[in-house]
Design a binder for this molecule. Sequence first.
Ligand SMILES: O=C(O)C(=O)C[C@H](O)[C@H](O)COP(=O)(O)O
Length: 224
Amino acid sequence: MDNINHESGARMEAKTETLLKALTAQPVIPVMIVESVEHAVPLARALVEGGLKTLEITLRTDAALDAIKAMTDEIEGAVIGAGTILSARDYAAAEKAGAEFIVSPGINGDILDAADDSDVPLLPGTATASEVLSLREEGYRVMKFFPAEQAGGAPYLKALSSPIPDVMFCPTGGISLANAPDYLKLPNVICVGGSWVAPKDMVVRGDWDGIRKLAEEACATLKA
Ligand SMILES: O=C(O)C(=O)C[C@H](O)[C@H](O)COP(=O)(O)O
């Protein structure tokens, strides 16, 4: 990772603030796969009505960028982020579509360079102490822990909190209403990410009422 740029401290701090504001508002960030742009607005509306206004759309479908744009344009109060960012090209496309934060499953020099050049904050994916320390050196203090359950789960993240207490995480991957509390009680967890509040089959069926109820259930059951 020798091509990582160094950002000015003040700019990085401002981006961290933006990210924290979006992530501390709720216990779970819905991770969405949107196959059809027609689903974007009713899906976002259901989640926002259910109490979850910070949302992540993964760039895994052809409709994703248009979905980000539609949600950003039409859902007042929503904070729309883009996930599955794998390259600088993805970063630029998501930013152009209106994404207010960027989420990556891991890191590479290309993504970090794009983040350096952008005012849109990056929530970078990490899975090891070494990755966390590399990013910490670049000024990152908020990271995604991915894939959370598969990489060691809540006990792993708890173990990191003692030697690296100044880095906060949004664990994502394999998290559900049942195991989310194990993460949320840790001192180094801000919120979790999960697709369970916007299941693909419910999106395809257009079950917006059901999705709103899942969001309400998550807010009521989990601490913010
Ligand atoms: O691609 C990204 O940037 C991601 O954000 C990956 C997602 O975090 C997981 O795919 C969500 O995991 P599940 O909740 O287990 O479905």
